[in-house]
Design a protein around this ligand. Structure first.
Ligand code: ZN
Ligand code: ZN
Ligand code: ZN
Length: 497
């Protein structure tokens, strides 16, 4: 050996195989890894001191384990936290080598727990949106995950995060899940106290007590914001527990407070969305270059789900494969219909990657062998309009423009072509910890875009009973304009079979 190996920072294997380090090949141009990764659209951000100029180790990839990892790249994922740690410790990395290793991995898999930003839930109260006193009570789901990093099971036992206007946030959690909850970033970071309860305890009384403690001096009235998706069975019992001593209870939706926070993605969140985009793009490439004709939509959808997972998604959320007439039905999922020559196919797929959503749509035309049934002129015409509409909306994205004006940019193109009636859904939706969230790209939403907004641009043109087409990318609003997270070709995919 030549001293401590330099370089990189691969990454725990999915099945717990140890971290490996790749070598620095001789004569590489040295640029910081962060730069190379950024250039290639990988969302790793390095912190720590500048890499040293002098390599400590030179040579080809010498570690057999590292070669193994590169031969089986899909088994590898990038632990961005580890990259940060090791970059600070090791000095000069093997930027191109690592970048290549990482990108051979069709998808970069981030490690959600290590990566979730550590937040202090008090951030909610600091917004001062609704005037004091306001207590926020969140159940399992995206809001709780956002504030604490905790992915609580969606079960019948209550898990509730109580964020009072004053004082400490408390997580009321079933005892059997307390250990798991305690490992989440906000609990580990000491921002949230955990209050476990046993099988026969009353968790609603605990919630009420935590709300009362935070609303001290406020007499007998409580103003509580609850997460939008808190189950009625929880909401009603929390309300009853608070009202027990004759107090008045006003409930409102927590989205009024949290929506504003969650809409603007932190760099770590943007990095996960970007990685999710890269991962889903590999699935588009695989499906559009594979066999389609003669297979059922269900069969293709099954392949999509498998590929989403092996590209690093922990959840394959949806796999819309609408062929022929089904391509004109925007939320058609998949069916037993057999794909035939002459079918248009709308392929709209996505999943969760490190908690963050991917979502992209491409349109395919299946000609059959030797181009037997080429796309019709009408279809090509509509597709050309659609592509212009998608481009117009994409080009329109920059800080300060309203969400509805992005919708309008796409719609104007389609309307001008006389096809306005055939584009009957909004242009897009926000995306993050949830598949669909604020900001919605829809007429009536005057919210101005700011850097960090993440959303889809997905115009479609549908001819009922015949076929349809849609193009969808996830984009970030950047400081100077659009930042596209899906990079596969937006041309019509004309495939033989
Ligand atoms: Zn949708
Ligand atoms: Zn979609
Ligand atoms: Zn979408």
């Amino acid at each position: 050996g030549h001293g401590p190996p330099v370089g990189a920072v691969l990454v725990p294997h999915r099945h717990g195989v140890p971290r490996e380090v790749l070598a620095q090949p001789r004569g590489e141009v040295r640029v910081p890894l962060a730069h190379v990764l950024a250039e290639r659209g990988v969302g790793a951000r390095l912190v720590g001191r500048e890499p040293r100029a002098q390599p400590l180790f030179a040579g080809p990839i010498s570690r057999p384990e590292a070669r193994g990892l590169m031969r089986e790249p899909l088994e590898v994922y990038l632990d961005v936290a580890a990259v940060r740690r090791d970059a600070a410790n090791l000095g000069q990395l093997a930027p191109r080598l690592l970048a290549d290793a990482v990108l051979h991995v069709a998808a970069v898999r981030a490690q959600p727990a290590a990566e979730a930003p550590e937040r202090d839930p008090e951030v909610v109260q600091r917004l001062g949106v609704a005037g004091p006193p306001q207590t926020v009570v969140l159940g399992f789901g995206a809001d709780m995950r956002y504030l604490t990093g905790y992915v609580a099971p969606a079960l019948e036992r209550l898990t509730a995060l109580v964020v009072p206007a004053r004082g400490e946030a408390t997580l009321i959690v079933p005892r059997l899940e307390a250990g798991m909850a305690g490992d989440a970033p906000a609990m580990r970071g000491g921002h949230v106290a955990t209050r476990p309860f046993g099988e026969t305890d009353d968790p609603f009384a605990l919630v009420a007590a935590a709300v009362r403690a935070g609303a001290r001096g406020n007499g007998g009235s409580f103003d509580v914001a609850v997460s939008d998706r808190l189950w009625a069975t929880f909401v009603l019992r929390i309300e009853a527990a608070l009202a027990r001593d004759g107090a008045t209870v006003a409930l409102r939706l927590a989205s009024a407070v949290l929506g504003a926070l969650r809409m603007v993605k932190a760099p770590e969140e943007a990095a996960l969305l970007r990685a999710a985009g890269r991962a889903v793009d590999t699935v588009v490439t695989a499906i559009t270059s594979g066999r389609l004709v003669g297979r059922t939509e269900n069969d293709v959808a099954r392949e999509v789900r498998e590929r989403l997972t092996s590209a690093g998604h922990e959840v394959a959320s949806f796999a819309i494969v609408g062929s022929g007439k089904n391509s004109a039905s925007p939320h058609h999922e998949a069916s037993a219909k057999v794909i035939e020559a002459g079918d248009a196919i709308v392929l709209d797929i996505g999943g969760q990657f490190g908690g963050y959503g991917s979502d992209t749509t491409r349109t395919i035309w299946v000609t059959g062998p030797n181009g037997a049934v080429p796309p019709t002129d009408d279809f090509l015409h509509r597709y050309a309009i659609l592509k212009r509409a998608h481009q117009a909306a994409t080009d329109h994205v920059r800080p300060g423009v309203s969400c509805e004006s992005v919708d309008q940019a796409a719609r104007a193109v389609i309307e001008a072509a006389g096809l306005g009636e055939r584009f009957f859904h909004r242009t897009g939706h926000g995306i993050g910890l949830e598949e669909h969230e604020d900001p919605y790209i829809v007429s009536g939403n005057t919210t101005p875009l700011v850097p960090g907004h993440a959303f889809s641009i997905e115009p479609g043109i549908y001819v009922e009973g015949l076929n349809g087409a849609r193009i969808e990318d996830i984009v970030l609003c950047g400081e100077r304009g659009v930042d596209q997270l899906n990079l596969t070709s937006r041309e019509l995919y004309v495939v033989a079979g």
